[in-house]
Write a protein that binds this ligand. Structure first.
Ligand code: C2E
Ligand code: CA
Ligand code: CA
Length: 500
């Protein structure tokens, strides 16, 4: 208890008591009040009376409750947030041993929510999330907990539930979400991917259970979305592998562990090598040469493809400079470099390319950037203007893997490009099916009428070479001529100047 004396006036503060209570007003309204009672003393310290102060707290009390509610609920949907969910999960886990009951946790992620948000706007995105929350709630029992975990992620806690029951609930949720949804201007249908896991012991933490459910959700996404997947320990092993690969890759970028191999492109009219395609490999200190398909998808996902791509571009152009001086030709050797979606979208892409061509002294006319059909088609106008910007500098553009995407031939007309690379699968199928022949010759005819040169990919046999020649392709590339090889071997080949 505090003690305080004052030399003049009434000494206050001794034996002060305060508490909160409720008062009813004359009109019958309940008021939260704080009650402070303190003694009044004269100068000698004798208590002469009591002062009681009552303060109306209803407003601050309401505010306090509101703040408390806000801290554990999602303001948009009104559902519990991740803090409250984790708390309930912890509590449920603590009871699992005692009651021998399992808890099931769902981690739900909407499929393609970003697309809805980006195309229909945030207000519509919000509306969608509210509706999803409502539908989720409709699938659950009152004792289940349903939370908005963040963004387009929702979680569900089912207590005392067996595996089959949980799966039934997951199926119901998927079905319920898929029902058409009338938003501001559009009627859309949304799907979700659900990861399910079971907490079976109080030794598990809410974090580990949620992580397992999250991993299972990624499994559902990888399986093609719009479904559910139950957690298996292998998922954790895979995630750890991925993490290791990611760390390794980060180091590789720092230490520039990438090497570039080159594969010749042959001009069919002359039978001579007219260019080379740069194909990256990772020279891993323990694993040796790692092929691009083992790390490019990950690098693409986490953005590391951008610095990797710049290293490849620099090496390839330095090499092009060396070869152009050593083996002059007219036109000079063309250097073809692959550009992935993420690289292409990077805001500094054009600037970086300008700098690297300038630093290496390579004529932009001798650089050909290979971009897959799907990238060019996907993003519309902004991508087209990027392509134009590159082409205005003299850089050549090749549409890679043509025929595997979903673009129609009619789209080709709008594409600012120079080359069309017909995907390997068509060349592979030339012998087996006559339709492939028709396809290749149609694509070639159309490309030519639009001013594009055609490159046949994956020519492996002399018969295929004869066919692509006959079908009117301008260039060919494939194991028949040469596999991708280190610069030194390609140098020897360029020196020999073979003719096919
Ligand atoms: P891509 O651009 O379609 O490259 C052609 C792939 O086909 C290369 O595989 C090449 O080795 C292979 N190939 C060439 N001729 C033949 C053949 O006659 N038969 C068969 N079966 N295959 C043939 P690689 O080097 O494993 O590259 C795979 C993919 O990785 C490339 O496909 C490309 O999409 C990507 N990639 C490679 N290097 C880079 C790079 O520097 N940057 C980016 N963004 N992607 C790259
Ligand atoms: Ca390519
Ligand atoms: Ca290709």
């Amino acid at each position: 208890m505090r003690s305080q004396t004052s030399s003049k006036g009434v000494a206050r503060g001794e034996s002060v008591r305060s508490r909160e209570t409720v008062r009813v007003t004359k009109s019958g309204r309940m008021l939260d009040v704080s009650l402070t009672v303190s003694p009044i003393k004269d100068l000698s310290g004798t208590v002469t009376g009591i002062s009681t102060v009552e303060r109306d707290m209803s407003e601050s009390k309401g505010l306090e409750q509101q703040l408390e509610h806000q801290a554990i609920h999602d303001p948009l949907t009104g559902l519990p947030n991740r803090v409250l969910f984790a708390d309930r999960l912890r509590h449920a886990l603590s009871l699992t041993d005692r009651w021998q009951e399992h808890v099931a946790v769902f981690f739900i992620n909407l499929d393609n929510f970003k697309f809805v948000n980006d195309t229909l706007g945030h207000a519509t995105g919000d509306q969608l999330l509210i509706e999803v929350a409502r539908r989720l709630e409709a699938c659950l029992r009152p004792e289940d907990t349903n939370a908005r975990f963040g963004g387009d992620e929702f979680t569900v806690l089912l207590e005392g539930t067996r595996a089959e029951e949980a799966e039934t609930v997951a199926e119901r949720v998927l079905e319920e979400l898929q029902a058409p949804l009338a938003l501001a201007t559009e009627e859309i249908s949304i799907t979700a991917s659900i990861g399910i896991t079971f907490g079976v012991s109080s030794l598990e933490t809410s974090e580990s259970v949620l992580r397992s459910a999250d991993l299972a959700m990624y499994g559902a996404k990888a399986d093609g979305k719009a479904g559910y997947e139950t957690f298996r320990p292998i998922m954790r092993a895979r995630a750890e592998n991925r993490l290791r690969l990611e760390n390794d890759l980060r180091r590789a970028v720092r230490r520039e562990e990438f090497v570039v191999h080159y594969q010749p492109k042959v001009q069919l009219a002359s039978g001579r090598i007219s260019g080379v395609e740069a194909l990256v490999r990772w020279d891993h200190p323990e694993r040796g040469l790692v092929p691009p398909l083992d790390f490019i998808p990950l690098a693409e996902e986490n953005g590391m493809i951008v610095p990797i791509g710049l290293q490849v571009l620099k090496k390839a152009l330095q090499q092009a400079k060396v070869w152009q001086e050593r083996y002059p030709g007219d036109p000079p050797l063309l250097m073809c470099v692959n550009l992935s979606a993420r690289q292409f979208q990077h805001p500094e892409m054009v600037q970086d390319i300008v700098e690297i061509t300038r630093d290496t002294g390579v004529d932009p006319n001798c650089l050909d950037l290979e971009i897959t059909e799907s990238i060019v088609m996907k993003y519309g106008e902004s991508n087209l203007s990027r392509l134009r910007e590159l082409r205005d500098m003299g850089i050549k553009i090749a549409i890679d893997d043509f025929g595997t995407g979903y673009s129609s031939l009619a789209h080709l007309q709008r594409l600012p490009a120079d080359y069309l690379k017909i995907d390997r699968s068509f060349i592979d199928g030339l012998k087996a099916s006559p339709e492939n022949k028709v396809l290749v010759s149609t694509i070639t005819y159309l490309a030519h009428s639009l001013g594009l040169s055609v490159v046949a990919e994956g020519v492996e046999t002399i018969a295929q070479l004869a066919q692509v020649r006959e079908l009117g392709c301008d260039m060919a590339q494939g194991y028949y001529f040469a596999e991708p090889q280190p610069a030194m071997e390609i140098d020897a080949l360029l020196k020999k100047a073979p003719r096919w």
